[in-house]
Ligand binder design. Structure first.
Ligand code: IPM
Ligand code: MG
Length: 357
């Protein structure tokens, strides 16, 4: 049966990089993988055509799809829109409407790019961390929220950081399962010295951990985790954390690798339906110039094959093809280094296709 893949390029460089990933999907398709690709607008592009960042037709499409490939959303021209019409709302809407509660954000240092990190090579060589970020709860979605006026006429903004036991239970199971397939170490990051919500989080993670005796579980306060990530990141295997902490720590972890243009991500629901996207944003400053790095998006296709389409061998093939392209010294400007050859977005996509063929 054919698998339905929704293609949502979004804004900025999203359009260029997704086009390269689509070439890879089409290549797999011609090789016998039965895929049906349908494109739809989201983010600023959704606002432009339908007046809202998550158009009804796009939502209907993603709900009927097996998997979603997303580029990036956002751009300066949308920044003055009311909050509910901004591109980011399209992304948050996709996450919540599809119940994509588990966000997997790997931070892997490609040996060919070891010099790209701002940290010393010995600190980052061989780095391979998986951050599991809770994605549909916590302060991003907690109610009540808003900006209100106090009695004295001063305004105050407020958000609510809330997690139920079941939300913590399901995200920690995802993290433990991943740890089982990797180095069997899980670090849960919280702020249990200050927040009640973290106290409960820790308790639930401990309880789930009793079912995963083979996994070495530790807990760390988020401020310390930020410090440890830049001090000695290789102490981590899998990390699990709340929505907002995960947003922050995953950016830091991505930058350890020095090449945010290389990192894919997956956002999964309870049945492994997923949305796959590069970790980086829409980079309006370089949009349309044909210089953006499409590899994170191409590697997101590999994650899709691994986590949603049950095609691990094809996923390995893509990962290996990207590795060989790097071995050949081909680089987009963001990862350019001495002695390498600088190429553009489409050439990079083509180079991966050559290796796949
Ligand atoms: C991310 C982004 C989003 C987030 C924004 C664009 C809403 O920073 O995916 O990390 O905060 O989750
Ligand atoms: Mg972020």
């Amino acid at each position: 049966m054919s698998k339905k893949i929704a293609i949502l390029p979004g804004d900025g460089i999203g359009i260029e990089i997704v086009a390269e990933a689509v070439k890879v999907l089409e290549h797999l398709s011609s090789g016998g993988l039965d895929l049906e690709l349908t494109e739809a607008p989201v983010g600023g592009a959704g606002y432009d055509v339908a007046g809202k960042p998550l158009p009804d037709e796009t939502l209907a499409l993603v709900k009927a799809s097996d998997s979603i490939l997303l580029g990036a959303v956002g751009g300066p021209q949308y920044e003055t829109l009311p909050r509910e019409l901004r591109p980011e709302r399209g992304l948050l809407g996709l996450r919540s409407e599809l119940g994509l509660f588990a966000n997997l954000r790997p931070a892997i240092l490609y040996p060919q790019l070891a010099d790209a990190s701002s940290l010393k090579p010995e600190v980052v060589a061989g780095l391979d961390i998986m951050i599991v970020r809770e994605l549909t709860g916590g302060i991003y979605f907690g109610e009540p929220r808003g900006i209100r006026e106090k009695d004295n006429g001063e305004r105050e903004g407020y958000n609510t950081l809330v997690y139920s036991e079941s939300e913590v239970d399901r995200i920690s199971r995802v993290a433990f399962d991943i740890a089982m397939k990797r180095g069997k170490k899980l670090c849960s990051v919280d702020k249990a010295n200050v927040l009640e919500v973290s106290e409960l989080w820790r308790e639930v993670v401990e309880k789930v951990g009793e079912e995963y005796k083979d996994v070495e579980l530790s807990h760390m306060y988020v401020d310390n985790a930020a410090m440890q990530l830049v001090k000695w990141p290789k102490q981590f295997d899998v990390m699990v954390t709340k929505n907002m902490f995960g947003d922050i720590l995953s950016d830091a972890a991505a930058m350890l690798t020095g090449s945010i243009g290389m990192l894919p991500s997956a956002s999964l629901d309870a049945n492994s339906k997923g949305m796959y996207e590069p970790i980086h944003g829409s980079a309006p400053d370089i949009a349309g110039k044909g210089v953006a790095n499409p590899l994170a998006t191409i590697l997101s296709v590999a994650m899709m094959l691994r986590y949603s389409l049950d095609e691990p061998a094809l996923a390995d093939k893509i990962d290996a093809a990207v590795g060989r392209v790097l071995d050949k010294g081909l680089r987009t400007p963001d990862i350019m280094a001495e002695g390498c050859k600088e190429i553009g977005t489409a050439e990079m996509g083509d180079a991966v296709l050559v290796e796949l063929a």
